[in-house]
Design a binder for this molecule. Sequence first.
Ligand SMILES: Nc1nc2c(ncn2[C@@H]2O[C@H](COP(=O)(O)OP(=O)(O)OP(=O)(O)O)[C@@H](O)[C@H]2O)c(=O)[nH]1
Ligand SMILES: [Mg+2]
Length: 223
Amino acid sequence: MTQVDVKKKILEGNLAAAAQLRAGFRASGTLVINMISSPGSGKTTLLEGTIARLKALYRLGGLDGDIATERDAERLRKAGIPARQILTGGACHLDSRQVMSALDDEGERFAGLDILFIENVGNLICPTSYDLGEDYKVALLSVTEGDDKPFKYPAIFSKAAVTVITKTDLLPYVDFDVATVRSELSTLRPDGAVFELSSRSGTGMDAWCDDLTRRLAGKRSAA
Ligand SMILES: Nc1nc2c(ncn2[C@@H]2O[C@H](COP(=O)(O)OP(=O)(O)OP(=O)(O)O)[C@@H](O)[C@H]2O)c(=O)[nH]1
Ligand SMILES: [Mg+2]
């Protein structure tokens, strides 16, 4: 079998499990978000802020993909929701079979959630190719990473229905032209939503949380 055949087989296996997951999430009315970004761009911190705002209103859960440590899942549990760490055995992305097995293990704790947040392994490349049965992908881009990133990593920014520009409290200290980023994003994903926020100051968090609420309601009303 050639390398291309092996990759194709892996992706096909992933897609089959993702379809099964998606059917289950449709039946339970769970909104599922696959969060993808560079290491340190603010995924877990954004989730902590989101949990603080939404946990009284909705049943939330989190899955955290990493190469090592239980740290991110611990942070989400501390924030007040059930969370499970998935260690990928060195892989640079989560796979739908890992998600399925984590949910199977968790059983009731993760059954019938309103929103499931899946924080993927930190990087802008490999997670892009793996469907996890999510409703949509969220890409994060922090202002400290540079405003040239959408065109340099077009796959993720064209696949993500939502892009969040994070750490906007640091804008005064870095060269990051929000208008340039927005323009590249609108070329890559004309119908995409873009949020600018700071988990540190809370600016922009309400709009992000309102969008989650709206998308959850949309999913439920379409069922
Ligand atoms: N100034 C500022 N710092 C932030 C903000 N959001 C996150 N940080 C900091 O950025 C660092 C990384 O944040 P994380 O949320 O752990 O990043 P992550 O994307 O989850 O990282 P990985 O899981 O390793 O990929 C931490 O030191 C956070 O405190 C923000 O809005 N403003
Ligand atoms: Mg994290």
